[in-house]
Structure formats: C-alpha cells, structure tokens
Design a protein around this ligand. Structure first.
Ligand code: NAP
Length: 317
C-alpha cells in the first residue's frame, strides 16, 4: 500500500526511469521532476531542503555542487553501473548513500561489444550500404572482410562486463588476452600494461570504468603499439581514450579502425569522427534495450524502497 502523500519521502528526478518504474516511484514517493522543469533552479530553491533521494543516470550524473542545495539528502540512485559522473566521494563524505545498477546490463553490453567486432571485421554496415545503394548490382562482390576465428582480443578491464565479452569472444574462437589492475584466475593471457596488451592483439577492447584513474589510459603510445590492421573497440567511457590521438591514428590509417559506443562530449561528438571511413559509431547505447533498461530501472526503485524502509541496499556503491 502506498504511504499517505505527506509522509512520502520526496525525490528529485534528474533523469526518468522506464514508465512502469516511474509509476512505482509515483506510488511510493513524492516526485519532483527536475528533468522536466522549465526553471530547474527555481525548483531546487522551492523543494531542495525537503529532498531525501535523487534519481539519476550516467547522464546527467550527480554533481557535488548540488549537495549544499539538498541538505536532507540521504541517497543518490543512478540507473547506470558506471559512477564516473556521480560525485561518489563527496556524497560519502556527507553520509549520502550511492547505488548503481551492476550485473543486469552485462549481457547486453557484451553483446553490443561483440556486435561492434563483427561489424568491424565482417563489415556489416558496409555490406548493408553496398546492397542498399545498388553497388552490389553495379560492382559485383564487395571487398572481403576478416575472420574472427583465431584473432586475439585484448580486453582492458576484465570485470563483470569484460568477462562476458571474453566468453562471447571465446565462442567466436578468438584468443583472449587481458589487462586489469589485478591478475585474475582465468585461462586468459595477462599483460601488465595496456601498451603491452595493445602490441599483442588484433582487437583492443575497452571495458574498464571511466573517471580520473583511467583517463587517457589509451593514449598515443598505446595506439602506436597497435598493429596497423588492429581495431580499437570502446564500450567503456570516452574519457578512457585520448580522442585527439585516436583521430590522428585513424586519419593516418595507423590502425585498422575504431568501433565506438562512447565518446568525449556526448552527444556532440568531435565532427571528425563523422568524416572518417574506418570507424563504426554507436550512440552510447550498449545497454539500450527495453529489457535491460527495465531491469536497471527496477534496481533503482528497489534500492530506493529498501533505503526508505530500513532494509539493506541491494546494490550500494
Ligand atoms: P567492473 O566489474 O568494476 O569491472 C571493471 C574492470 O576494469 C575491472 O576488471 C578492473 O580491474 C578494471 N580496471 C579498473 N581500473 C583499471 C585500470 N586503471 N586499468 C586497467 N583496468 C582497470 O565494472 P563493469 O560492471 O564490468 O563495468 C565496466 C564499465 O563499463 C563501467 O564502469 C562503465 O563505464 C562501462 N559501461 C558502459 C556501458 C555502455 O553503455 N557503453 C554500459 C555499462 C557499463 P580489477 O578487477 O583488477 O579491479
């Protein structure tokens, strides 16, 4: 049964969840829609002191500057596994809990990662364009792709998602190599640094978190270590790659290409990417399925309900 309106904890919504989960929130809480407000600042002035929970996502995240305006805040719940856009340390310092959505998105993100590899090596997008544009009938067979079997996939960040990517790549008969902060008990070859990994693989797959610790982990020297047919695939965060160095490598055809789901400055990405032919571009949508976004949304609701009923948080950061 939903609580009487006056006793319902008040939440600030920075980003909406899926409709069914928004309905659950509406039943249990009093919502203030910062995401829809014409004057978000005025909304904060009016209700900020009563807000006990924040609902957000990887975009727009949650900035430390908001904390002084939300003095009663107890919990920030993000519909994302990545917390690089959430001021986690500042929240913890104020005793504000942060929750995220690990695990439920692993499969879709890993599927998309493999999709980008298939698109890169087997040229799915090119083939689609070849048929659609009539080139098939005019020119005959399109240029050949490359086989996945036997190729070496080097994974940067063998965590929850990285492991799912590895399993799928194994099924495609690829050889798996990896680097992580720590060595894992897995039958894959460990390399101590991204540069060493880059020098030894055909597909460099980024699956680590974003944030200051991994900023430009893939820089000009890592890209220079890749061989000229190797592809970079990034489903992690744009910040992990030095984009200027990547664009330079792509323009010089120093690497085979790049399959990118994530960028700096999304969605206003560097326009040079749109001019390049050796890229596959995807709009940060690796977890973008109805099923997974529903599961992520439900986890946000479950965390908030658990917190406000004194239960342990399902997925605290
Ligand atoms: P996770 O389980 O925490 O795994 C992260 C892995 O990265 C761990 O193996 C960790 O190593 C490794 N790592 C951390 N810092 C590193 C560094 N400096 N150098 C090398 N490896 C490092 O996280 P996850 O659930 O798999 O998610 C990974 C990331 O994927 C998220 O943080 C998010 O940014 C991204 N993501 C993107 C999308 C999308 O839509 N494109 C969707 C979901 C997630 P240790 O195990 O040794 O600590």
């Amino acid at each position: 049964m939903s609580q009487p309106r006056s006793e319902q904890p008040e939440l600030l919504v920075l980003r909406a969840l899926m409709p069914a989960q928004m309905e659950q929130l509406e039943q249990a809480f009093r919502l203030h829609r910062y995401d829809l407000a014409d004057e978000p600042n005025a909304l904060l002035d009016a209700v900020g002191s009563r807000i006990r929970g924040v609902v957000t996502g990887g975009v727009p995240g949650f900035k430390a500057e908001m904390l002084p305006r939300l003095p009663a805040l107890e919990i920030v719940s993000t519909s994302s596994v990545g917390t690089d856009s959430i001021a986690v340390a500042a929240c913890k310092e104020k005793g504000v809990y942060v929750t995220n959505t690990p695990e439920v998105l692993n499969d879709d993100v890993a599927d998309l990662a493999i999709g980008l590899v298939l698109n890169a090596l087997r040229r799915l997008g090119d083939g689609h364009e070849y048929v659609r544009s009539g080139q098939w009938a005019q020119r005959g067979m399109m240029p050949l792709g490359r086989t996945l079997k036997g190729k070496r996939m080097g994974i940067v960040g063998l965590g929850r998602i990285g492991l799912e990517i590895a399993k799928r790549a194994e099924a495609m008969k690829m050889e798996i190599l990896y680097t992580s902060r720590s060595r894992k008990d897995v039958p894959y070859t460990y390399h101590a640094t991204p540069a060493e990994l880059a020098a030894n693989c055909d597909v460099l797959m980024l699956a680590c978190p974003g944030g200051p610790e991994t900023r430009h982990l893939v820089n000009a020297s890592v890209l220079a270590a890749m061989h000229k047919d190797a592809w970079l695939i990034n489903i992690s965060r744009g910040s992990v790659v030095d984009e200027a160095a990547l664009i330079s490598a792509l323009e010089r055809k120093a690497i085979g290409g790049a399959g990118l789901d994530v960028f700096d400055n999304e969605p206003h990405i560097d326009a040079r990417f749109q001019q390049l032919e050796n890229v596959i571009l995807f709009p940060h949508h690796a977890s973008g399925t109805i099923e997974t976004r529903t599961a992520m949304s439900q986890l946000v609701v479950d965390n908030l309900k658990a917190h406000f009923s004194g239960q342990p948080l399902p997925t605290p950061v």
